[in-house]
Every structure is written in structure tokens, then in C-alpha cells.
Design a protein around this ligand. Structure first.
Ligand code: NAP
Length: 309
């Protein structure tokens, strides 16, 4: 038999990974959670969360992560910082190649989440960190009384644009259609916010400046007119890409690269499960990520029991 380090390795420390860890620890599995940065995932950069039950006043992303991490640690789950570079799920004992060592486990839960998608326009990369950002919580306060642009029409763009109005005197919200995708309550708040100017049917064409962002070019798709706007920063929230690069072809992915699972969160590889934003799902919320994770952890527990008999 090959080397065996753990019954279960959970990859990723966002809400899905932490919730899977909670269930695994309470089931007394010999489990570990590995995370390449710090636990939290995308909610770490979410200013305020109002749709996670149990917090009627809302809670900051950072506080919710802290509470989830404390809860997991209380039940004794080890959390270590490593990056998974490669996996081999072809044998009963799965091998994970980390940046500093290899790990062997009977079962794996993939909870690596997703990252912001890029627009791939001139200026986006060179001004990243110099006015181009995907994190309002991190960078919004730098633009007190400034003018900023935000791109996108989903929950992230709309919610974070509203947050930006706490600092900026004006936020241009650039959306490629004439209707927002974000949930109704966020739309209402954005459209009634005097500091947000909607640029409908418009796309960001380029970002310019000397050392920092100074202006953007925005094309109206209906009129074909391109206008230049002076802005101090440009926030880009045009969707997410799954963090599945390290999986190569180890499990089946859908056309957009999200991990395909069944209702028990089983992937195409026996003993390998996926939960949260990284999986193909009709809804990406904290509440659905933790729900997925509970199912994935219990499925992993059943799998480990069956192969250990
Ligand atoms: P999203 O829901 O996929 O929305 C992406 C937005 O970017 C859409 O409005 C889309 O336009 C636009 N877009 C995509 N590609 C573009 C391009 N090349 N040029 C211009 N615009 C482009 O992504 P998200 O807002 O990042 O949210 C990701 C997931 O997290 C979603 O499931 C969301 O519900 C969830 N989330 C939830 C909350 C919350 O509950 N409060 C907060 C944040 C995120 P179209 O509308 O025309 O397609």
C-alpha cells in the first residue's frame, strides 16, 4: 500500500473549505485543511454580508471568516499553508503534490473557489495595484472624495459600487447591457444612490495614466460613441473563473472549467468531492457553499468508511 498521511485533505480555506473542515473534525476524521494564502477566500474582500442567516444586522466578511476559522480550530482541525501544484487521483490513495512536499490521502474535498475574471483590455495589467483593483474593501478607502469607475452588473459590481460611495464622491458603474444582473435589493440601492452614475450599454475599452490610473475610455455599444472620463481608480468585477488549474484532467470539468459533481458532491474521481464556488452550481453564495460542504464532508466520511473496511 502507498504512503498515507490523512483520511481526508480539504483543499481551500473559504467558507466551503472551512465548513467541510468543521464537519470532518466533528466526525473525528483524520483530516487537514490546506490553503495557499490565509483562510477566508473571496469573502475576506467582501465588505458587508447581509444574506447569511443568523446575522440580522449583517457581518463583515473578515469577521465571518474569523468566526468560521475559530469554530473549525475549536474542533481541532489542522489548517496549514501550502499550495497544491498537481494531483494524482488515479489510485485508491490520492497524491497531492504541494509546493514543499507530497501528501497522500484516501479522500479529497476540492474547495478552491474562484477568482475575478479579467477584461483583457489595454492598461488593465499595467495599472493593477495602481488604480486598477478587484477589491473595494482593500483599495476603496484610498479614493476618499475621488471619482472611480466600476465595471460589471452582477452582485459583486453592484454591491461593491455601493460600498465605494462611502469614500468616492462619484462612482461610474459601467455595464454592457441596459439591465443589471444583481439581486433586486442591490439594484434598488444602487439606482437610488445619488453618487452612482450608470453608464448603460457601455464597455470599458482602455485605462490610461502616467504612473497611476488617470482616465478611461468607455464605448457606448448602442451609439458607437467613445468617451474619455477622468477617474482615480477603476474596479473590475466582470465575473469569476474557477480555481481549477492544478486539477488538469484529474476530474471532469464543465465548459467553463467548474468541477462537475452529483447531488452528493461526488466528482468523476472516486473519493474526490467538490464544494462551493469551484463546482458547477446554479447559485454562488456563502450559504450554498457551506451547504455543499456539509454534503461533501458527509459523503467523504461514507467513502472513507467504505474503503477502510
Ligand atoms: P456574475 O454574476 O457572473 O456577473 C458578472 C457581470 O459582469 C455581469 O453583469 C456580466 O454582464 C458582466 N460581464 C461579464 N463579462 C464581461 C465583459 N467581458 N465585459 C463587460 N461585462 C462583463 O459575477 P459576480 O458579480 O462576480 O458574482 C459571482 C457569483 O458570486 C455570482 O453567483 C453572485 O451571485 C455571487 N455573489 C453574491 C453576492 C451576494 O449575495 N451579495 C455578492 C457577490 C457575489 P451580463 O449581465 O451582461 O452577463
Amino acid at each position: 500500500m502507498s504512503k498515507l498521511d490523512f483520511d481526508l485533505v480539504i483543499i481551500g480555506g473559504g467558507p466551503a473549505g472551512l465548513a467541510a473542515g468543521l464537519y470532518a473534525a466533528r466526525a473525528k476524521l483524520n483530516a487537514i485543511l490546506i490553503e495557499k494564502m490565509v483562510p477566508g477566500g473571496q469573502i475576506l474582500v467582501t465588505d458587508w454580508i447581509e444574506n447569511y442567516p443568523g446575522f440580522p444586522e449583517g457581518i463583515s466578511g473578515a469577521d465571518l471568516v474569523l468566526k468560521m476559522t475559530d469554530q473549525v480550530r475549536k474542533f481541532g482541525l489542522p489548517i496549514e499553508g501550502h499550495e497544491v501544484l498537481n494531483v494524482d487521483f488515479n489510485q485508491p490513495i490520492k497524491k497531492l503534490q504541494l509546493n514543499d512536499k507530497d501528501l497522500y490521502a484516501k479522500s479529497v474535498i476540492i474547495a478552491t473557489g474562484a477568482s475575478p475574471r479579467k477584461l483583457r483590455i489595454p492598461g488593465e495589467d499595467i495599472f493593477y495595484g495602481k488604480g486598477v483593483s478587484t477589491c473595494a474593501t482593500c483599495d476603496g478607502p484610498f479614493y476618499k472624495d475621488g471619482v472611480v469607475a466600476a465595471v460589471g452588473g452582477g452582485d459583486t459590481a453592484v454591491q461593491e459600487s455601493i460600498f465605494l460611495t462611502k469614500f468616492a464622491r462619484k462612482v461610474y458603474l459601467i455595464h454592457r447591457r441596459d439591465r443589471l444582473r444583481a439581486e433586486a435589493i442591490l439594484q434598488e440601492r444602487a439606482l437610488s444612490n445619488g453618487k452612482i452614475e450608470m453608464l448603460w450599454d457601455s464597455v470599458l475599452k482602455r485605462i490610461d495614466g502616467l504612473t497611476n490610473v488617470e482616465r478611461i475610455s468607455v464605448e457606448n455599444l448602442k451609439t458607437g460613441v467613445t468617451k474619455n472620463l477622468k477617474v482615480d481608480a477603476c474596479f473590475i468585477w466582470v465575473g469569476i473563473l474557477p480555481n481549477t488549474g492544478f486539477l488538469k484532467d484529474a476530474v471532469a470539468l464543465d465548459q467553463s472549467g467548474f468541477v462537475i459533481v452529483d447531488s452528493n458532491m461526488k466528482t468523476s474521481a472516486p473519493g474526490v468531492f467538490a464544494a462551493g464556488d469551484v463546482r458547477n452550481t446554479p447559485l454562488r453564495q456563502i450559504v450554498t457553499a457551506v451547504g455543499d460542504a456539509a454534503i461533501a464532508a458527509v459523503s467523504a466520511e461514507h467513502y472513507i468508511e467504505a474503503v477502510s473496511r
